[in-house]
Ligand binder design. Structure first.
Ligand SMILES: Nc1ncnc2c1ncn2[C@@H]1O[C@H](COP(=O)(O)OP(=O)(O)OP(=O)(O)O)[C@@H](O)[C@H]1O
Length: 386
């Protein structure tokens, strides 16, 4: 009897050891795959104008300026200058792509958060181009990422890992940072904003998500977090018209894991960012408060482009090159998760560009493509059209 019990214990320990070894191999493979693909990636999603509710829908003509050649190239013709531009991106989705298909291509990246990497996924594009739909809508990146991470943590529990999950949801509006959970608190300008919302920060409004075996309860907790954020964003929206389009929202999940059997631990952060509409000031004809908002958005988006481009261009001398994180609240908030290595910790960025193929939106699409090229060096060439 005693021998049988010992045999059973030995067999169990052997299985656990094997599972842990497999897990180490899986982590290494995933890290290698992502390393090969690059720490800064750009995906493009062409939007189907009929599905999207553009503010200036009434004035659209039906002409198209862009052709998407899935899976990785896109060409665009600028009628004004009679030019044809070609771009190569990491992934190009046509107008029929679903949220689920986009999420599938983000899966490995999101998975790496469990392994202790910092990851940012940023949704970029003009107002009405589907950024929020892709991020928070049905089967959008936020709900799918949460569901996937919870399942993943459950799987790792069987291999001896325990995780703690915290969620924060903040918005950056006119260069101020507001908490979208709790009481929609606004941080003072002179506070250390990053410390306030980051793990270990003094005044962070954190919301712990318990990972119980009753998945329904966990899903409900996540839904409550998202509902609270949506409600707080709506309250803010009544104060400033259409404010959600004019602010950046950042959903932050922090995963802290430890494995008592091996003594290993990890901490990964996932930032899911729904950026403000990227309209050009001239194009939008903004005046007064709206002009101020647009200027703040332009400043933070261009700072974002500068930071990611600087990260992408540095080679080998990581400690030496200057990265201008402090030029905007958004880049300051995201500084540990925008690509490259800080204090020995690797981070990864995925930019999701949303483009309208219509002639009426050519200037906006062109500036989104310029942004995408800047962060990724993806412009293949320009040719005069015959
Ligand atoms: N692929 C899609 N399929 C169906 N509906 C879509 C799709 N993309 C966007 N929409 C719809 O189009 C409208 C505008 O989309 P959404 O609010 O996501 O745009 P946005 O880029 O976030 O705009 P803003 O910058 O103003 O916040 C919404 O009603 C959304 O549900």
């Amino acid at each position: 009897m005693r021998q049988q019990l010992q045999d059973a214990i030995d067999a169990r320990n052997e299985t656990l050891d094997r599972l842990r070894t497999e897990e180490v191999v899986r982590r290494r493979l995933n890290a290698t795959i992502l390393e090969l693909r690059g720490n800064i990636r750009v995906f493009v999603r062409e939007v189907e104008p009929a599905k999207v509710d553009y503010p200036d829908q009434g004035e659209l003509d039906g002409g198209k300026e862009m052709a998407v050649h899935a899976p990785t190239t896109l060409s665009a013709t600028g009628k004004e200058r009679n030019e044809k531009h070609s771009y190569g991106f990491d992934r190009v989705f046509g107008p029929d792509a679903t949220n689920m298909q986009v999420f599938e291509d983000c899966r490995e990246l999101i998975q790496s958060v469990v392994d202790g990497y910092n990851v940012s996924i940023l949704s970029y594009g003009q107002t009405g181009s589907g950024k929020t739909f892709g991020m928070s809508g049905p089967k959008g990146i936020i709900p799918c990422a949460i569901a996937m991470l919870l399942t993943e943590m459950q799987r790792l529990q069987e291999k001896g890992w325990e995780y703690r999950v915290e969620a924060s949801f903040v918005e950056v509006y006119n260069e101020t940072l507001n908490d979208l959970l709790g009481d929609a608190k606004t941080w003072d300008d002179n506070e250390d904003l990053t410390a306030s919302v980051r793990p270990g920060g003094k005044r962070k409004e954190k919301h712990e998500i318990h990972h119980d075996s009753v998945t329904g309860k966990t899903t409900q907790a996540v839904q409550n977090v998202l509902d609270t954020a949506a409600k707080n964003r709506r309250v803010a929206a009544t104060k400033a018209n259409e404010r959600s389009s004019r602010s950046h929202s950042v959903f932050i999940l922090t995963l802290r894991g430890s494995c008592s059997a091996t003594g290993e631990s990890s901490e990964g952060v996932l930032n899911l960012v729904d950026l403000a509409g990227s309209e050009r000031l001239k194009q939008s004809g903004a005046e007064g408060d709206r002009k101020k908002e647009t200027q703040a958005i332009n400043k933070s988006l261009s700072s974002l482009g500068d930071v990611i481009a600087a990260l992408g261009s540095r080679k080998g001398d990581e400690g030496q090159s200057h990265i201008p994180y402090r030029n905007s609240k958004l880049t300051y908030l995201l500084q540990s998760s925008l690509g490259g290595t800080i204090a020995g910790k690797s981070s990864r960025t995925l930019m999701l560009l949303h483009l309208s193929p219509l002639q009426a939106h050519w200037q906006e699409s062109r500036s989104s493509l310029l942004f995408g090229s800047k962060v990724h060096g993806t412009h293949i060439g320009t040719a005069k059209r015959k």
